[in-house]
Ligand binder design. Structure first.
Ligand code: SIN
Length: 312
C-alpha cells in the first residue's frame, strides 16, 4: 500500500487540529521562554506566530534564538502565508533548488513529505536522513530554518539537533589549533545521488546542478551575531577537507562527526502536529530519523529557510 495525498485521513498519523482561540496580539510580557534541554534549545509559550509582532518582540525572540540555538513553538495551526510572514522577520527566504518540492504559489515553502498524491510525490522525500546543516552546499549557507509539522507518525520520525559550539568548546587546545584554517568542500549533488539511488527522488536537472556547484567553507566558523566559535560540520554534504588525502580527510571528518553527535551535545525533538521548530544552522547540525514506516505512516512538513552570509 502506498501513502496517498494530504486530503486523505489515516489512523496511523497525528494530524493538525485547530487550537483553542488565542489572544489577538502577543505582547513582550506574554511570551515566556524556558530551556528545552541541557545541550540546546528553548520552549517558547504564550505566543501565536500568525500575529503581527513588534520589532522589540522580534528582538527578544532573536536574542533567545542566538542564546539557545533552537526555539520550539507548540500548537501553531498557522497558514503557509503566516509561516512565511513570521520567517521573513528574521531575514530573506530561499527558494529551494528542488523546485518541484515547493508549495504552489508560495515558493518560500519547501515541502518535506513522504506523501503521494495521484501517485506523485507532494514534496521532497528522504530529506535530511543524515547529519547536516541546511544549505551548507551553497556559497551563503542558511542562517536558520523554520520547520512546521502538519502530519507526523504516531511513533518515530524525530529530529536530532547537535550543538556544534559546545562540541567545539569541548575539544582540546591542540585539536582546536589543528582545525584552525582548515576548509571542507560541500556538495548537494553528493547527497542527492544517494537519495536518488533509494528511489526517493529524481536526479538533479542540468539547471539544478548548475545552481549548486561545490563550495568550500571553513571547518571552524564564528557566529556572525554572537562571535562564538563552532565547528562547521555537515557530514551529509561534505566531500572532504581541502588539500588532504581521502583517507586523512575521512578519518578527521568521522572523528569530528562522532565527537559532535555525542548525546551530551544533542537535543532530540519528538514532533507533535503544529510544532514549529526554528533552529540556527550556523551553530547546529541536525538529523531527521527515518525509523517510521515510509510507505504507510504519514509525515508531512513545511519548511522555510533563511538565507545566511558567507561563513568565516
Ligand atoms: C531537514 O530540514 O533537513 C529535515 C528535517 C526533518 O524532516 O525533520
Amino acid at each position: 500500500m502506498s501513502v496517498t495525498g494530504e486530503s486523505d485521513t489515516s489512523t496511523r498519523s497525528r494530524k493538525s487540529k485547530k487550537p483553542a482561540s488565542k489572544p489577538s496580539r502577543a505582547t513582550k510580557s506574554d511570551i515566556s521562554i524556558s530551556k528545552a534541554s541541557q545541550a540546546l534549545g528553548a520552549l517558547v509559550t504564550d505566543i501565536d506566530l500568525s500575529k503581527d509582532f513588534s520589532d522589540s518582540e522580534i528582538a527578544t525572540l532573536r536574542d533567545a534564538f542566538n542564546t539557545h540555538g533552537l526555539l520550539l513553538f507548540r500548537d501553531q495551526d498557522i497558514s503557509p502565508e503566516a509561516h512565511v510572514a513570521f520567517s521573513k522577520r528574521f531575514g530573506e527566504l530561499e527558494h529551494h533548488v528542488l523546485n518541484d518540492a515547493l508549495l504552489e504559489g508560495l515558493p518560500e515553502i519547501y515541502i518535506l513529505s513522504n506523501l503521494k498524491k495521484n501517485g506523485k510525490r507532494v514534496g521532497r522525500a528522504g530529506a535530511g536522513h543524515y547529519w547536516h546543516s541546511d544549505l551548507s552546499y551553497m556559497a551563503h549557507p542558511s542562517l536558520g530554518s523554520l520547520l512546521r509539522s502538519i502530519e507526523v507518525p504516531e511513533v518515530g520520525g524525530d529530529t536530532m539537533f547537535a550543538n556544534l559550539a559546545v562540541a567545539y568548546d569541548a575539544l582540546s587546545e591542540p585539536m582546536k589549533e589543528f582545525l584552525e584554517g582548515l576548509e571542507a568542500e560541500h556538495s548537494f549533488a553528493n547527497v542527492q545521488k544517494r537519495v536518488v539511488s533509494l528511489g526517493l527522488n529524481k536526479p538533479l536537472t542540468p539547471e539544478q546542478l548548475a545552481q549548486t556547484p561545490s563550495v568550500v567553507h571553513p571547518l571552524v566558523r564564528e557566529h556572525p551575531e554572537t562571535g562564538r566559535k563552532s565547528l562547521f560540520l555537515s557530514p551529509g554534504f561534505t566531500t572532504g577537507i581541502v588539500g588532504m588525502t581521502n583517507e586523512e580527510s575521512a578519518a578527521i571528518l568521522e572523528f569530528l562527526a562522532d565527537h559532535a553527535s555525542q548525546p551530551r551535545f544533542v537535543y532530540r525533538h519528538a514532533w507533535k502536529p503544529n510544532d514549529v521548530v526554528f533552529w540556527d544552522n550556523r551553530t547546529l547540525m541536525h538529523y531527521a530519523i527515518n525509523d517510521y514506516d515510509y510507505e504507510n505512516d504519514r509525515r508531512h512538513m513545511h519548511r522555510t529557510t533563511i538565507r545566511g552570509e558567507r561563513a568565516h
